[in-house]
Design a protein around this ligand. Structure first.
Ligand SMILES: Nc1ncnc2c1ncn2[C@@H]1O[C@H](COP(=O)(O)OP(=O)(O)OP(=O)(O)O)[C@@H](O)[C@H]1O
Ligand SMILES: Nc1ncnc2c1ncn2[C@@H]1O[C@H](COP(=O)(O)OP(=O)(O)OP(=O)(O)O)[C@@H](O)[C@H]1O
Ligand SMILES: [Mg+2]
Ligand SMILES: [Mg+2]
Lengths: 254, 254
């Protein structure tokens, strides 16, 4: 069975999509077979691979609203071993329609259980910056929650509420949910960044990945060229750090 | 009657909260009387003024869930002429409870109409990175929507969906909604930033404020010191640019 990872934080702009895409590309580069699922109606993960969410017919919302299997809405990307279930703006409807339905949180988990067990080694789910129905589905299905946190004042404050949500999910729909925090967009020249990193390392070091992802303008450029960092700028600091993070992932699950 | 402005974009981390706080502080510095409303359950606007959302008893959710007036849940800040209706985590409940109720989009507008007409010159509303019930309330109540857009690939792509939402709101609940885009966190050394800025200026210059807000680490530091930029670092580029943006606002409405 694939190891299921959700990348989630309701704080906006902390590199959820960048982390999901970069990890997916690094794991595929290592020879694993990876399925990425874009659960954000803004479809940034879908866009960053050069796909146009407005013109796609087979997307994630079909797996939620119609009875389509995940495999029927997934597609290959240009990267060998990296498939995607793309998003479309219709996903925003899912949030509204499913809320309140019986056991709505388990919909994605059921779809993932129906996948052929040997098809994928890893599933990576990118979430929107919100706690809606789609995010609850991702957290219910996941074995590991990766929480990207930027070393900035607001993001460090929001950590508390995502950790509270995780405890709630563990109590209600997914007792096995494990979680780990990755510091992203770290700028060693910035005083606040250094202060917040020190604070996190001294108070919650057991929840942190060893790898810290630093600021790298190549990471900011790569979505405009429809390529993950391992293709767009494979030798840069960002690519190396995401490879190191992917290696740390191997200790979980499998 | 106060001029009502919503600051909104479902793309995360584009400086909605920073823009709301900085504009509020600049308008107060010019002698206007300003009310800021924090409609994000993450309460970052509230936090950035040194308030603790977990311990507050009178917050915005009381104006939605109970029958409290806005004035009864607002409070002064350390800045003369700048008041705030703080947020708390309970606001997340409002989203769920109000959805589907009759004319739920007009709730905030009704509360604002009940305010004494001479109390405030400006009302600034900070929104969460989502299109939920609270954001619909802000867009229904506002006369001007300020859309902060970062000059990055994803943010430029998301522009289309926020403009579509604005057209929908104009048709359904607020025919007078005007909107204008401000480029934020602009980094002149970054190639993608320059490309995206040029693209926006050549295609939609009529929708853009003249002022562009550039990257300034003092803006990133100021929330950690519970002060808006006009107090924390009043002479920096960030403070000057937000003052220029506040001056542009004077051409609207009043
Ligand atoms: N390490 C990095 N160095 C430089 N830029 C980065 C880095 N990581 C991400 N970025 C850039 O920061 C911006 C925000 O990242 P991204 O969109 O991945 O965040 P997100 O959490 O997915 O946002 P949202 O909350 O809107 O979903 C993007 O322009 C991205 O390219
Ligand atoms: N001009 C700027 N220069 C440098 N840093 C900035 C600038 N504007 C905002 N920031 C920083 O960028 C981060 C994101 O800004 P902010 O939280 O205001 O965005 P937001 O759109 O409100 O995010 P969310 O979607 O989570 O509500 C914050 O750490 C903020 O301090
Ligand atoms: Mg994203
Ligand atoms: Mg904000």
């Amino acid at each position: 069975h694939p190891f299921i990872i959700a990348v989630c934080n309701h704080k906006g702009g902390v590199a959820k999509t960048t982390t999901c895409l970069s990890l997916g590309a690094c794991l595929a580069e290592m020879g694993f077979s990876v399925l990425m699922i874009d659960l954000d109606p803004q479809a940034h993960l879908t866009l960053s691979l050069g796909l146009n969410p407005e013109t796609l017919h087979r997307t994630g919302s079909d797996a939620f609203l119609a009875n389509n299997s995940l495999i029927s809405v997934s597609r290959e990307t240009d990267i060998l071993g990296l498939d995607i279930v793309p998003a479309s703006p219709q996903l925003a409807l899912v949030d509204k329609i499913m809320y309140g339905r019986d056991a709505y949180e388990y919909h994605l988990k059921r779809r993932l259980n129906a996948l052929d067990a040997n098809l994928y080694d890893y599933v990576l789910i990118d979430c929107a910056p919100a706690f809606g129905t789609l995010t609850l589905n991702a957290l219910t299905a996941a074995e590991l929650l990766i929480i990207p946190v930027q070393c900035e004042y607001y993001a460090a404050k929001s950590l508390r509420s995502i950790l509270n949500l995780t405890k709630l999910i563990r109590r209600k729909t997914n007792a096995d949910l494990n979680y780990q925090i990755v510091m992203t967009m770290y700028d060693r020249r910035n005083r606040i960044c250094r202060i917040i990193r020190d604070q996190m390392e001294s108070s919650i070091s057991h929840l942190l990945f060893n790898t810290v992802i630093e600021v790298d303008t190549k990471l900011r450029e790569s979505p405009a060229y429809a390529q993950p960092i391992t293709r767009y700028a494979p030798e840069t600091r960002g690519a190396q750090q995401y490879r190191a993070l992917a290696k740390e992932l191997l200790h979980f699950g499998k």
